[in-house]
Design a protein around this ligand. Structure first.
Ligand code: ZN
Ligand code: ZN
Length: 350
């Protein structure tokens, strides 16, 4: 197999050739047909998140082992399976649920593998999709993509699921008033389509980049607002018809968390999804005074993914603008993503 692997945090990816993995038990080996490049891959390559207050969270300290094949948005076709994997269809494309847990803890047993304390997430704690082969522990993680093309299905595994799970947390409000979505990158465009699929009002989208605001309007946003404008909060509240009921922050930086807090009204909800980094900017007394709920959302569960894939196969999830790039170009793609030069999603194809 060939892969692009990370041998040292903060360094370039390397082209590598390895023997094909062998499968036993319930394991399945797939030929990768598409693998999305996610913004969080930049943090993995870097080896840390910025926690604000001059602190960082190191992936090495969290048990991430190198060399690692990144890529947590893989689609592939089954080429081999262990004796206990059951009958699996070949020559069909499956998107792989990457947020795999230990399978034994309370979280895993209650269907929340994405909250497992001993995660085996593909592309983070196990080798992922920046390769032409990928091995997974069990076929339950495979979802038939139907008529969707592999490059369109790939981003569903992270950007799709992440935004779906975040929107599920404010589902009770999205039909009452437009939800505010901060950030119109890959996740933002996916969120706009999902709000529509869930029956919500066209969302109010905030981004500082005019090209991304245009893309948001084309994707179905009701309004697109420049987050750097001095009256951004006023513009958001005008578009939501008063203080916002719900804000989904797909950036997760201090200025966006601040904007979210100022735009939301009493009893409102803020869901933070983005991992840009920084420290919480809110005055503590205003959290109870506004009775605001501030919650985090991290990817999504296996059952949420099943629900999302049903919506996607029914044609209810708008496809992201994607650009396919050869696997060997992974490093270049990451650099372009870092420079903010990718609108929509880049997908590697071996
Ligand atoms: Zn991701
Ligand atoms: Zn677990």
């Amino acid at each position: 197999m060939k892969c692009q692997s990370l041998a040292e945090f903060g360094k370039r990816l390397q082209s590598e050739t390895r023997p094909d993995p062998e499968v036993t038990g319930t394991e399945v080996l797939l030929r990768v047909t598409a693998s999305g490049v996610c913004h969080s891959d930049l943090h993995i390559r870097e080896g840390c998140y910025n926690l604000g207050h001059g602190q960082t969270l190191s992936f090495a300290d969290r048990g991430m082992k190198l060399p690692l094949v990144m890529g947590h948005e893989p689609v592939g076709q089954v080429i081999a399976a262990g004796p206990d994997a059951g009958d699996l269809v070949r020559e069909k494309n499956f998107v792989i649920y990457p947020w795999q847990g230990c399978g034994e803890c309370h979280q895993c047993n209650s269907g929340r593998e994405n909250y497992c304390a001993a995660p085996r997430y593909l592309g983070m704690y196990a080798d992922g999709g920046y390769a032409d082969r990928i091995k997974i522990p069990h076929p339950k993680y495979l979802f038939d993509i139907g008529d969707i093309s592999p490059e369109i299905a790939a981003p569903l595994a992270c950007s799709g699921l992440t935004t779906f799970s975040a929107l599920k947390k404010v589902e009770d409000t999205i039909k009452v008033a437009p939800v505010v979505i901060i950030g119109a990158g890959g996740l933002g465009l996916m969120a706009i389509g999902l709000v529509k699929a869930m029956g919500g009002l066209p969302p109010v989208v905030v981004d500082i980049d005019p090209a991304k605001r245009d893309a948001a309007l084309k994707a179905g946003a009701g309004t697109a607002i420049d987050g750097a404008a001095t009256d951004a909060v006023g513009q958001v509240q005008a578009a939501t018809g008063g203080p916002a009921l719900a804000v989904v922050d797909l950036v997760g930086a201090e200025p966006t968390a601040n904007l979210a807090f100022n735009a939301v009204g009493k009893g409102g909800k803020i869901v933070i999804v983005g991992l840009f980094g920084g420290a919480a900017p809110w005055p503590l007394p205003l959290i109870p005074v506004k009775a605001v709920s501030i919650m985090g959302s991290y990817v999504g569960s296996l059952s949420e993914f099943a629900e999302l894939m049903e919506l996607a196969k029914a044609g209810k999830v708008a496809a992201l603008p994607t650009q396919t790039v050869a696997l060997e170009e992974a490093e270049t793609v990451l650099n372009r993503l870092e420079e903010g030069k990718i609108v929509g999603r880049a997908v590697l194809t071996p």
